[in-house]
Design a protein around this ligand. Structure first.
Ligand code: PMT
Length: 364
């Protein structure tokens, strides 16, 4: 409120064991909400959900994270979260053992994959005189995170292209050559840009995030991705090529399903179009960010950054369990064509996306 925000407060049953309604009403200067069926509004959860620009849950208990991860909606808080399209920020607080439980790890991974932002917990004093990881971050840090997520609108007026997902190159009507990309990295990049005010053209082979600033073209093969990407270059400020695009495809696609009885076929391969190179050639004024999927060492990425005519290359080691295909986290190294390198720690893909846009805005 001191920072100028308008506030509505929901108190869960458990929260009321710790703080009274009167206390929070007095601080907020308005009644607090406690009940899905209070009789005052026919639909308090949808009213609150549509009104909020962001929903913060602090502290978020292990029980709450579990409910949110499965999409439960039996109380006012979880129903409001379910009914809202606003960004959600949770500040977990619990004992170390609860935070480290495989179930809680699974739930937080699911929430991150669903686009929820988490802040903390940190190490420090816990209840009952215990000490460890599980302490809620300080309120100032939650507020900084809210400001960061809502964004200064620092991408207003920018138009960006993002490619996401993996391409599929047909062998016959049934089979294809594909790769393991889930689209999580590209989707996170698209969503962050949209939330910061950019108009996003997302060319993808998988499901896309739902945001009014994102327009989606769904494709399957490298050829289709190239055509869609190259058709969206008009007035394009930045392109981020996070898709895993096939480099080769079968030279001929069989129109009939290849029959087992005819024995194993020999596939003669041909190169696919290089989507990224086509963007660089057709739209030299666009700030171009490439990705590099490497296995083991990221050294090859340094050479790739020079060869690929990009302004920035994001290299990730896809053989690591916390990085690359299908994971909710990524460990990346940023490389510029002049050989500057910046190694980032393992972060959620949402965080990688946010920092990547910060870097692009700084450098372009
Ligand atoms: O989708 P996720 O499961 O979240 O996984 C994320 C990711 C691992 C797919 C992503 O982080 C990533 O690394 N994307 C690039 C994968 C890739 O194709 O890397 P590459 O080194 O083969 O290609 C280099 C660059 O050229 C990439 O920007 C790629 O999009 C582009 N390219 C490649 C081939 C081609 N024919 N056309 C292209 O535009």
């Amino acid at each position: 409120m001191e920072a100028g925000a308008e506030l509505e407060v929901i108190l869960t049953d458990a929260a009321q064991q710790f703080v009274g309604q009167q206390t929070l009403s007095a601080i907020a200067g308005r009644p607090v909400h406690t009940n899905l069926f209070d009789g005052l509004s026919p639909s308090p959860h949808t009213d609150l959900a549509r009104w909020a620009e962001i929903i913060v849950v602090a502290p978020a208990t292990a029980n709450f994270l579990a409910r949110a991860a499965i999409g439960g909606g039996s109380d006012l808080l979880s129903a409001t979260l379910l009914a809202s399209r606003a960004p959600r920020l949770f500040a977990p607080a619990m004992h170390t053992e609860m935070w480290e439980q495989p179930a809680t790890r699974r739930n937080t991974a699911q929430l991150l994959a669903d686009g929820v932002y988490l802040v903390g917990p940190v190490e420090g004093a816990l209840t009952s005189g215990d000490h460890g990881t599980g302490r809620m971050v300080e309120p100032d840090e939650i507020i900084s995170e809210v400001i960061r997520i809502l964004g200064p609108g620092d991408m207003d007026g920018l138009t960006v292209l993002v490619t996401a997902g993996g391409t599929r190159e047909p062998i016959d009507p049934v089979r294809y050559i594909g790769n393991r990309s889930s689209g999580k990295m590209g989707n996170a990049i698209a969503l962050d840009a949209a939330r910061r005010g950019a108009r996003v053209r997302l060319v993808t082979s998988v499901g896309a995030p739902d945001h009014e600033n994102i327009s989606v073209v769904t494709v399957e093969s490298a050829q289709e991705m190239a055509e869609a990407a190259w058709a969206s270059l008009e007035g394009l400020d930045v392109a981020v090529m996070a898709a895993a695009v096939a480099d080769f495809r079968p030279g001929k696609t069989s129109e009939a399903k290849i029959d087992r009885s005819s024995g194993p076929p020999t596939l003669a391969m041909e190169p696919t179009p290089d989507v990224l190179a086509g963007v660089a050639e057709r739209s030299p004024e666009t700030y171009l960010v490439g990705f590099a999927a490497e296995v083991g060492s990221l050294d090859r990425a340094i050479d790739k950054a020079k060869r690929k005519k990009v302004d920035l290359l994001v290299a990730n080691d896809v053989s690591r369990p916390d990085s690359g295909f299908g994971t909710d986290t990524n460990q990346v190294m940023l490389v510029t064509p002049d050989g500057q390198q910046d190694v980032w720690p393992t972060l959620s893909k949402a965080e990688v996306a946010h920092r990547l846009w910060d870097t692009v805005l700084e450098r372009r």
